[in-house]
Design a protein around this ligand. Structure first.
Ligand code: SAM
Length: 437
């Protein structure tokens, strides 16, 4: 990079970060008035940063706050897969879930996203975000990359959004500047190579790998890519990228690379590359099951469960201990194989437990986009009452029907509340409640 361009980059790093959101196509429609992120159908820039915490729609999973460059994963995905494909995708380094929720929106009901995060506390946050997004087509795991590598030739697409030295985050996350060092760059590059070699076997021959970072340096980006191409059989893939977007397109041995600089595009620093695995061995192999997890519900249990989802014909219900889950039928065999060998934090849609033949619904079911419309009473709350609900405060019982109610805001489900005479029991999960502001 020349001196003039470097100066422009440094200048841009001292400006305010643009604010962008990506809406959930299964729960809401495009925001009114916002400017679209050029490479994402669902991404929009906002003129200013509102208080997302005080917007019930945020808590209902109507949108995800994501910086715009990362949304380029959508452009890559749409080039690799036509809309009638329902791939099995592994998002290996997934927390907090920006790219997971994007991929879940893209693969649809027949596809599956396995979102893995190696750090336990981060995997729990990832699971919260996945449940809030509410699509039911995600398995969240908390494993080392090598554990996923044991699922040989299992995935059609693997995204490695690698832990990196974070040069692209110097503006948005000022601490990234203090954490950077030449040693950190070296460590990150070595770690990324380890991660890639641990997981490479899980990609099916002909499947795609997207490697991305939020850093600029060559050692972690092109260097890692070059290393991968030396170690494994891989070939280039052609990707459409409009020159007007301002993305710097490059290549390593013909494999296309994309660099996002904050002085050229509206977003943070980002790097992405995509390649196809070119190995002829085809057999899929999964590890021997370590445990048997799922039981089939009996006829009466099933009859109750099907009442709670809009399109039960697409769903497979399963019992795990005392809880019942719903999965999209097409992906269930894969979910079973993964669940029998990995540490699963959450998967499908947790529906709840059955008591006297009746379902006591759990929170994730309220946020599932295909919750049956009239299975319980619904109560649409004002902004003030919705925020009280999200703070886990009491709601005026006269607003509610007796028994279990679905609380909504502008028609979007937020959770459950139970009215018992003149009392009510706010069932919003304690761990998700918003602090008093
Ligand atoms: N993909 C995420 C998103 O879009 O929201 C961001 C992922 S962040 C760039 C990288 C993630 O890799 C972090 O969550 C971090 O905990 C995880 N990570 C750190 N060390 C790792 C390792 N050795 N193997 C796999 N993942 C690791």
């Amino acid at each position: 990079m020349g001196a003039v361009e470097a100066a422009r980059l440094c200048e841009a790093l001292d400006t305010l970060s643009p604010v962008s959101i990506r809406y959930n196509p299964y729960k809401s429609s495009r925001p009114v008035g916002g400017r679209q992120v050029p490479w994402s159908r669902y991404g929009y820039y906002l003129e200013e940063r509102p208080s997302f915490t005080l917007d019930p729609l945020f808590h209902g999973g109507a949108y995800y706050v994501q910086e715009a460059s990362s949304m380029f994963i959508e452009q890559l995905y749409r080039t690799l897969f036509t809309e009638d494909r329902s791939p099995r995708v592994l998002d290996l380094c997934a927390a907090p879930g920006g790219k997971t929720t994007l991929l879940a929106s893209l693969v649809g009901a027949e596809g599956l996203v396995v979102a893995n995060e190696v750090i336990r506390s981060r995997a729990l946050t990832l699971a919260d975000n996945v449940r809030k997004w509410g699509l039911g087509n995600v398995v969240v795991t908390n494993n080392d990359p090598a554990h996923l590598g044991a699922y040989e030739h299992f995935f059609d697409l693997i995204l490695v959004d690698a832990p990196c030295s974070g040069e692209g985050m110097f503006r948005k996350t000022p601490e990234a500047r203090n954490e950077w060092s030449p040693e950190a760059v070296k460590l990150c590059a070595a770690r990324d190579r380890r991660i890639l070699s641990d997981v490479w076997a899980a990609l099916r021959p002909g499947g795609f790998l997207i490697f991305s970072t939020c850093t600029f340096n060559e050692e972690e980006n092109e260097g890692t890519l070059r290393w991968l191409l030396d170690e494994y059989e891989a070939e280039p893939v052609e990707i459409n990228c409009d020159p007007d977007w301002g993305i710097v397109c490059g290549q390593v041995d013909g494999v296309p690379t994309f660099r996002f600089y904050p002085h050229r595009i509206e977003g943070e620093g980002f790097f992405a590359a995509v390649l196809r695995k070119g190995d002829a061995r085809l057999r899929e192999r999964v590890p021997k099951p370590r445990k048997s997890l799922f039981a089939e519900p009996n006829k009466m249990e099933r009859a109750e469960l099907v009442r709670w989802v809009g399109q039960p014909e697409y769903m497979q219900f399963a019992r795990v201990g005392d809880s019942f889950y719903a999965y999209y039928r097409a992906a269930f065999p894969a979910v079973r194989q993964l669940s029998e060998g990995l540490s699963v934090v959450t998967s499908g849609v947790l529906c709840g437990g059955l008591y006297g033949g009746k379902l006591k619904p759990e929170h994730p079911l309220a946020l599932f986009h295909d919750l049956a419309a009239d299975v319980t009473s619904r109560t649409d709350l004002s902004l003030e009452a919705a925020l009280d609900y999200l703070r886990k405060k009491d709601i005026d019982p006269s607003l509610l029907a007796e028994g279990i109610n679905l609380v909504t805001y502008e028609g979007l489900p937020l959770g459950w509340i139970k009215r018992i005479g003149r009392r009510c029991n706010n069932l919003y999960p304690m761990g998700l409640r918003i602090a008093h502001l």
